[in-house]
Design a protein around this ligand. Structure first.
Ligand code: SF4
Ligand code: SF4
Length: 457
């Protein structure tokens, strides 16, 4: 038996809901699959934690998101809207499950144009429906926040609500907006508010898949400027559309798909199911298909692979590849080296000291002790610190570093010599943690050095 699009959508909705709820609870190496924590200034992606200083992946993620949307829309129209958008999923839960199936406030799922009458009994039912959905909205907004605040911390914060008023306010506001949106705004959100509805028509081409009425078989229902014509079979008895309006009645955005592609269409394919039932009883194929204008006109297969879609796939693959390479170069410790404003200090014995501030940031899950060495300047020794630097997991420490050089054979006859430094910083308790940084050592010019030594005698 062939499943209707409605049933396929319900299966997908259940899967998406399950995945969305589970993802924040799945940890890889102690990190979430996705988390954007403003509190910890961290991004978790597929179990890798990126510090706020490492958010170089963020622009790539955004580019991927936008190109992904362009690709998906060019290929499948507003497939996201009808098949994955939380707005549509919540509307199905509220309108079809709670209002229609559970409370019988609406008569049928197949007739979305009939509004409930509000006598006392139905007003009570409406209040019950809104209350039930409010509980779902609270759970949904909590799940949404789990992508910004890890679930464990979320519940810990909620146990002390007065100390975490911002989180509490966010949670209640998101839930409140969801209740208002789903129970009052309904599909008006898709039609008037959602920006995606505005851009979709620009991305469509004649091979984009959408809900489409076959007016070649069914007969024209509207003229070129959208005026309603006589019923198709009255125009010509060979026209197959029997004008039963089942495809119109079932439409959640209250449009007639026989008018052609419209901004309001969310690609839910309810009209396709409706016409499949009607035409099926007449032993005929549906007049409303999930197909492309070209495929309907030329009676050929839908063209998925075309220059536009191939181009998007190539760009997406390139960006994904760049992200993989950059992600694999993630450093296990972050170290910023700042030089002191004082260029150098000349000691009595002719030694030259340079001063630095090393900022260590341990992005690992464990505490570590770090040390460092100069790789490329043999005459420069580390005066301070004397001991390894301990940095707690996720912690930061600033350390004053003094490097000293004496009697270096450098070209400093006329100017201060700027000696490039290559510094290896490593964890003494984990051989896998090792990074390199560059800086400079300033060695004074001969004249300044001799003058300073002379005055110190
Ligand atoms: S016309 Fe209406 S029922 Fe058909 S796919 Fe679009 S939104 Fe859904
Ligand atoms: S459901 Fe099919 S037959 Fe009935 S009005 Fe719509 S297109 Fe025509």
């Amino acid at each position: 038996m062939k499943l209707s699009y409605r049933k396929k959508r319900y299966i997908l909705y259940s899967l998406i809901t399950l995945i969305a709820i589970c993802i924040p609870f799945i940890n890889i190496n102690g990190n979430q699959i996705f988390l954007l924590s403003f509190d910890h200034k961290e991004l978790h992606l597929m179990g890798i934690a990126f510090n706020v200083q490492e958010l170089y992946l963020m622009p790539f993620l955004l580019i991927m998101l936008f190109i992904g949307i362009f690709f998906m829309t060019t290929l499948g129209g507003r497939i996201w809207c009808g098949w994955s958008c939380p707005q549509t999923i919540f509307r199905v839960i509220y309108r079809d499950l709670i209002e229609t199936k559970l409370l019988k406030l609406r008569k049928k799922i197949s007739d979305k144009q009939q509004k409930p009458t509000y006598d006392t009994k139905n007003v009570i039912k409406k209040i019950i429906a809104i209350t039930l959905f409010s509980c779902i909205a609270l759970i949904a907004s909590a799940v949404f926040l789990f992508y910004f605040v890890p679930p464990k911390e979320f519940f810990a914060y909620l146990s002390q609500p007065l100390e975490h008023k911002v989180l509490l306010t966010f949670w209640l506001c998101i839930a409140g907006f969801l209740v208002f949106d789903i129970t009052f705004m309904a599909e008006n959100f898709c039609i008037y508010v959602c920006p995606y509805a505005r851009v979709q028509s620009v991305l469509y081409d004649n091979d984009t898949i959408m809900a489409i009425y076959d007016n070649g078989r069914g007969g024209l229902v509207y003229d070129n400027v959208g005026n309603l014509l006589a019923p198709p079979q009255k125009q010509d008895k060979n026209n197959e559309c029997i004008n039963c309006h089942q495809c119109v009645k079932v439409c959640p955005t209250h449009i007639d798909i026989r008018k052609g592609m419209q901004l309001e269409c969310i690609n839910c394919l309810e009209c396709v199911d409706a016409c499949t039932d009607v035409m099926g009883k007449l032993q005929k194929p549906t007049l409303v298909n999930w197909s492309s204008p070209n495929a309907i006109q030329t009676k050929t297969k839908i063209k998925y692979l075309r220059s536009k879609t191939i181009g998007y796939m190539i760009v997406l693959a390139i960006i994904f590849g760049i992200m993989l390479v950059m992600g694999s170069k993630k450093e296990p410790v972050l170290v910023n080296i700042d030089r002191n404003t004082q260029l150098y200090e000349i000691r009595k014995n002719g030694a030259i000291d340079n001063f630095y501030i090393f900022l260590f940031e341990n992005t690992d899950k464990k505490d570590h002790r770090y040390s460092f060495e100069i790789l490329n300047q043999e005459g420069i020794e580390i005066i301070r610190p004397h001991h390894p630097i301990k940095v707690e997991s996720k912690g930061k420490i600033k350390e004053v570093v003094i490097l000293r050089a004496k009697n270096l054979a450098v070209n400093n006859a006329k100017n201060d010599a700027l000696l490039p430094l290559k510094i290896r910083i490593y964890a003494i308790d984990d051989s896998a943690i090792s990074i390199e940084r560059k800086s400079i050592f300033v060695y004074p010019k001969e004249q300044v050095l001799q003058k300073a030594l002379h005055s110190k005698k």
